[in-house]
Design a protein around this ligand. Structure first.
Ligand code: UDP
Length: 330
């Protein structure tokens, strides 16, 4: 299938592009390189540098490449930043998504996959969280994703565009030692802990040790990017059968302490920690119930936390300065 991937130079997007290319799909990546890395784009993909804010450029890429499907990853992605700068999320993310949807509808694109988020569930009443759980976005980031999910319903209704909204819990791990996570600034737990192991930070600050969890630290559901990519490929194939929404997690939670301990095991580094304040908006436990995608698409995550950390360490230790450390191609 010919597919357009926005944000295909970013962390999750680039991993999905690699797996799409390996599966024989023809891929066009549209990315502004605002956060993404040219060096992360699969060499067999066509790369178009462009910004979704530029409606005419979005129309041109659609006219030139006539994709049958779109996978939309390009987005501001920091929950904390969205609390301080809500219009980047309620504004840019929504407007850019709308530009894409409008162009897709004009060009008769039949399939659309949205990278959505567990942040839609805010501070959940119950875990694990299934698709029927109450939607109460915990931030403008989550609200922006919800608005896009809601627009998709009308894209289906009005234009027959079949969509999948995939709500990730904590994306983690690396697809290979050449393709991994590289954000500036880095805010995610696993890369931060591994930067301590690399000697780039003196310690990890644990955001709160007084939660109502077994060891007092927050529990999250980490899913390997390869498993996320597998879910995207399955969803793309399944769209013929109709639109769908899935929560994507392993169903197993790990505490911040357990993550740090696993990183100690994998790296052999002591990884000093400092107890910090709770991070505003952090729920104690976020774990997905992914029964729906398991039952409907036969998806199941194949990597546990150890495999996630091992793959992330292979990437970070081979590329201590991320893509920038590799020179011109990054
Ligand atoms: N966390 C932490 N120290 C850090 C970064 C994250 O204690 O330097 C915690 C954070 O409070 C959360 C978990 O690690 O409970 C995962 O955070 P991350 O930002 O990776 O993902 P999120 O759950 O926010 O999507």
């Amino acid at each position: 299938m010919k597919v357009l991937v926005t944000g295909g130079a970013g962390y999750v997007g680039s991993a999905v592009v690699w797996q799409l290319a390996r599966a024989g799909h023809q891929v066009v990546v549209f990315d502004s390189l605002y956060q993404g890395h040219r060096g992360a784009v699969h060499p067999g993909a066509t790369f178009v540098e462009g910004d979704l804010a530029d409606r005419a450029a979005v129309g041109r890429v659609m006219a030139e490449h006539t994709p049958e499907g779109i996978l939309h990853f390009a987005s501001h992605t920091r929950v904390g930043e969205s609390m301080d700068q809500p219009f980047l999320y309620l504004g840019d993310n929504v407007r850019n998504g709308l530009n894409l949807l409008e162009a897709a509808a004009e060009h008769g694109v039949g399939r659309f996959i949205l990278s959505s988020t567990a942040n839609l569930f805010g501070l959940p009443e119950r875990v694990p969280i299934d698709e029927a759980a109450p939607i109460r976005p915990g931030s403008p980031y989550g609200e922006g994703k919800l608005i896009l999910e809601q627009m998709l319903r009308w894209m289906d209704d009005r234009f027959g565009m079949r969509y999948a909204a995939l709500r990730y819990f904590n994306a983690a791990g690396a697809l290979s030692p050449e393709l991994g996570e590289d954000h500036t600034p880095e805010t995610h737990l696993i890369p931060i802990v591994l930067q301590v192991a690399l000697g780039q930070r003196p310690h990890v600050t644990v955001y709160g040790e007084d939660y109502e969890t077994p060891d007092g630290t927050c529990v999250r559901d980490y899913v390997h990017v390869e498993d996320l990519a597998d879910a995207h490929l399955r969803a793309l194939d399944a769209l013929e059968g109709g639109s769908r929404t899935y929560n994507l997690g392993s169903g197993r939670g790990y505490s911040v302490r357990e993550v740090i301990e696993t990183c100690r095991q994998v790296t052999g580094h002591p990884i000093p920690t400092v107890t910090g304040e709770r991070r505003p908006g952090d729920p104690a436990v976020l774990v997905a119930a992914s029964d729906r995608i398991r039952a409907e698409l036969g998806w199941r995550p194949r990597h546990d936390l150890l495999a996630i950390v091992q793959s992330a360490w292979a990437w970070h230790s081979a590329n201590p300065h991320g893509y920038a450390g590799r020179g011109a191609a990054s």
